[in-house]
Design a protein. Structure first.
Length: 202
């Protein structure tokens, strides 16, 4: 084995030099984005698994979701700034993009309602998780497809985008009441009917 007298090598060997370069690449921002890095510091789409109705959505290549926490401004007379911000509701929606495979349309897969089933169509579930760590990225048990956009162009693969709205969601952490929210030091599980209704969303 050739010996290289270099400060960056381990034990002055060519193998050590290559190993150091590889480690530096993996630990860099570029290496962290690589799908081959199982311990990347940043999440990439190649590490995410998308499931709809607990089935792997193999032809889906992208999903975006938007969680909007609405508030109402409580205004007072002769005051340029709101007196208080009152919480209103949480709106969850997003898009699901995919390639169209003949015979596997959203209506065929019972993901989107059609003209005959929209009155009886059930909610769909959407789940996104990290296949490396198993970490839950996003999940909703009550989603409904509201819009479908599809493009069919000569010489190009047909793509489709589904827009959806949801009731409730779970991300990195399951929702819970903060400790002592009622002034009595209550913990999770003692919230009564409201907590039970929130749990019913997931």
């Amino acid at each position: 084995m050739a010996v290289i007298d270099n400060a960056i090598t381990e034990a002055g060997t060519l193998t050590g030099a290559i190993g150091n370069v590889a480690d530096s690449l993996v630990n860099s921002a570029v290496g962290a984005l690589s799908p081959f890095n199982n311990f990347g510091r940043y999440l990439t789409g190649s590490r995410a698994i998308i499931k709809v109705n607990d089935n792997l959505f193999g032809f889906a290549f992208g999903v975006t979701f938007n969680i909007q926490t609405m508030v109402d401004e409580i205004n007072t007379i002769d005051d340029w700034t709101p007196y208080e911000l009152a919480p209103n509701r949480i709106i969850v929606n997003g898009t699901l993009s995919m390639f169209h495979i003949p015979g596997k349309s959203p209506t065929r897969e019972l993901v989107q309602a059609n003209a005959l089933s929209f009155l009886f169509h059930k909610y769909v579930t959407i789940s996104i998780s990290d296949q490396t760590t198993g970490q839950k990225i996003f999940e909703t048990q009550k989603a409904f497809i509201t819009n479908r956009r599809q493009s069919v162009t000569a010489g190009e693969i047909s793509t489709m985008t589904l827009e959806w709205k949801a009731i409730g969601f779970i991300d990195d952490m399951t929702p819970f009441y903060p400790s002592g929210f009622d002034g009595g030091g209550a913990s999770v599980g003692n919230g009564g009917g409201l907590l039970d209704s929130i749990k019913g969303l997931f």
